[in-house]
Design a protein around this ligand. Sequence first.
Ligand SMILES: Cc1cc2nc3c(=O)[nH]c(=O)nc-3n(C[C@H](O)[C@H](O)[C@H](O)COP(=O)(O)OP(=O)(O)OC[C@H]3O[C@@H](n4cnc5c(N)ncnc54)[C@H](O)[C@@H]3O)c2cc1C
Length: 466
Amino acid sequence: MTDNVFDLIVVGAGTGGIPCAVTAAKRGAYVLLLDKEAEIGGTLHISGGHMSAAGARRQRERGITDSVEAHRADINRISEGARQDLLKMATDLAAPTLDWLEENGFEFAPDVPRIVYGHEPYLTARTYYGPEEGRSILKVLKKLLDETMAQNRLELRLNTPVQGLSLDEGGEVNGVILGDGTKLHARNTVLATGGFAANPELFERLEKKPLASAAWRTSTGDGLLMAEKVGGAVAGQGTYLPSFGGLPSPDGSGVIRFSDRPALIASERPPYEIYVERMGKRWIAEDEESIDKKERALAALDKMTFWTVFDSVALEKGKSMMVGWSTEKFKSEANKLPGIFVADTLEELAELTGIDSNGLASTVAEYNADLIAGRPDKFGRAFRPAPIERGPFYSIENHGVTLITFSGLDVDSELRVRKSNGQSFQHLFAVGEILGAGIMGKSFVGGMAVMPAIAFGKLVGTKLSV
Ligand SMILES: Cc1cc2nc3c(=O)[nH]c(=O)nc-3n(C[C@H](O)[C@H](O)[C@H](O)COP(=O)(O)OP(=O)(O)OC[C@H]3O[C@@H](n4cnc5c(N)ncnc54)[C@H](O)[C@@H]3O)c2cc1C
């Protein structure tokens, strides 16, 4: 390493950046890994850390028959419009990547692989996670990073926000620019700065939807903006989808706490409640099992906001309305935690929540009357355990939640960033959520953000080590 000249600069010491830097350095490259935060890890601090892979050692040991072809077919069944070249790479690399994590000490949760229902489910059990979710992955990456730094081939600089990309006379990227104007040069540069769901202006420009975000604070789209500034192209606009429901933020910041989330998966908790929009009207069969259909219907609602409405029978007899909460906790948080309401009458509930009172009253009356008379539900709902009639009445305010951003930098099949004229930068690469959701297409596909981030990080690190 001569002064500020490296084989490889990786911007972002998170999910994709660490595997990239570590792999390149272990194979002989001199690597500089930069992060704007005081600690490594990025979104892994809060991510569920679910990863999907077909044919991994763990899956074989559990006697589950699977193949990468079946994994790909399942993703194409769940979603439309996935980029097939990237999808092939991601599914081919998934099992070796998971095995690599395991060889380096990754601890599996006891029940994995399993089919997970929080997103549209796979047909086969191929989703894995650790007991500490994203942090289980981070433990392994940190260990690998420490080992590599001890071999003096990798320099990590924290608290170092990168502000821009440096260009040579031919317009090719030759490194990065820091806040004080310092230029750091490298043969190759990898952007692994994450998505942009913590940047409301950029979100408004690219996704054109109201932002209620559960993203990690660093996801401000820095790498995307830097690449755009030197001519990088953005792909995937118009594919955005929110995750299904989360409480409003207690401080009004628009940041959703994913840790306190309503239990809205019909196959896991058959719903006693109805869902209404601001005018008090229902808008979908609440027992619809396809989470994808629900997310799409939610995306079309005003401000992507709806309220669940239920009575005391539902609270006592149904399963917990909030993931991991007891009924007692729910009752004690009502009218205290923003977004959880209780009232003696439906009129009072409407006043508290801001739902149109007449609309709510007639919707509940119609729902109850159809149920009691044995008439079919107007949305085709089959699970109708009881009318909503015994107070106190409750409501949870739900927003469509952004976990990941779907637009991202356009790349070629080598993961080189493409310019708006279709040509690729020769020495600028990108991995992780900065690529958007091209691998998933237009839907959420479980475990297909974290896994490709790690797999592509390793792939690019291998390629750029020589
Ligand atoms: C609550 C939540 C749960 C999720 N659960 C899952 C899940 O179970 N499975 C799944 O597949 N996906 C999940 N996701 C998505 C997934 O976790 C992320 O897409 C993925 O971790 C992003 O990885 P990354 O490497 O692109 O970015 P990150 O891991 O966020 O890393 C980016 C790094 O870049 C740094 N950085 C940013 N800008 C700069 C700059 N200018 N200069 C220097 N450094 C910079 C940041 O500080 C950060 O360390 C979840 C997301 C959220 C928010």
